[in-house]
Design a protein around this ligand. Structure first.
Ligand SMILES: *Cc1c(COP(=O)(O)O)cnc(C)c1O
Length: 213
C-alpha cells in the first residue's frame, strides 16, 4: 500500500512522502487497529461517532501520537462526542453543523482541524455542500464563526472517471487558499495523488473487505 503511494508520488513528480495514508478503520476491530498503531502507523479515520466512542478511547490512551479523523455524516447533536476524540473533522458541510462546531469548546481546546466536505458530483445521497456554494460557506465559517478550516474533502460519484471531480476539489482548495486536500479511496487513490491529494483515505485496500452492516 505505502509502496504504491510512493510510486504514485514519483510518477506525479511530487515530493517523496508528500501524501499521507489515512487508514479508514470503520468496521475494523480495535485489535487490528492496535496492530497497525504498534507498527507505527498514525493516521486513521472513522465514519460513525458511536463506533469511534467504543473503539478509540483506549487506543488513543495507548498511542497518544495517533491522529484520528472523522469522515462520516455528523449530526449536530453528536458534535461534542466527535470533537472530544477526533483531531480532524472532514465532513463539515452545512451551516447548522458549523454553528454547532463553533459552540463546542472541545473544538478550540483540542485545536480540532476542520475540512469542508464538498458534494463534487452533486449526488443527493452524499453529504457535502454544493460546489457552487463552497467558497461562500468556507468564508462564512471563517469570518462569521471564527472556525479554523484547513482544507476540503470530497468523494467522486461511483463508476465514473474521478479525475474531473478531483480537479474541481483541487481548484476549490487552491482558490480558497487552504492546505489540505482529502481525496482518493481504495479504487482511485493513485489518480487522486496525480491530482494533488495531500492525503488519501483508504479502507478496504488496507484492511480487506468490510463485513456488510
Ligand atoms: C469508507 C470510506 C473511505 C474508504 O473507502 P474504501 O473504498 O474502503 O477505501 C474513505 N472515505 C470515506 C468518507 C469513507 O466513508
Amino acid at each position: 500500500m505505502l509502496a504504491t503511494i510512493r510510486a504514485a508520488e514519483r510518477e506525479a513528480g511530487r515530493d517523496p512522502e508528500g501524501v499521507s495514508l489515512v487508514a479508514v478503520s470503520k468496521g475494523v476491530a480495535a485489535e487490528t487497529i492496535e496492530t497497525l498503531l504498534a507498527a507505527g502507523h498514525r493516521a486513521f479515520a472513522e465514519n460513525r461517532v458511536q463506533e469511534m466512542q467504543v473503539k478509540w478511547p483506549p487506543l488513543l490512551e495507548r498511542h497518544p501520537a495517533a491522529e484520528l479523523r472523522f469522515v462520516g455524516r455528523l449530526q449536530s447533536n453528536k458534535v461534542m462526542a466527535a470533537a472530544g476524540l477526533a483531531h480532524v473533522i472532514e465532513s463539515v458541510d452545512r451551516e447548522s453543523l458549523a454553528r454547532a462546531l463553533s459552540n463546542c469548546n472541545a473544538i478550540r481546546e483540542r485545536s480540532v482541524r476542520l475540512l469542508v466536505q464538498v458534494n463534487v458530483g452533486e449526488e443527493s445521497q452524499k453529504g457535502g455542500c454544493p460546489p457552487a456554494e463552497a467558497d461562500r460557506f468556507v468564508t462564512w465559517c471563517q469570518a462569521e464563526l471564527g472556525l479554523r478550516v484547513s482544507g476540503v474533502m470530497g468523494i467522486p460519484p461511483r463508476d465514473t472517471d474521478p479525475v474531473p471531480y478531483f480537479g474541481l476539489l483541487r481548484t476549490l482548495r487552491d482558490r480558497m487558499g487552504l492546505t489540505e486536500l482529502s481525496m482518493g479511496m481504495s479504487a482511485d487513490y493513485e489518480a487522486a495523488i496525480q491530482m494533488g491529494a495531500t492525503h488519501v483515505r483508504v479502507g478496504t485496500a488496507v484492511f480487506g473487505p468490510r463485513p456488510r452492516r
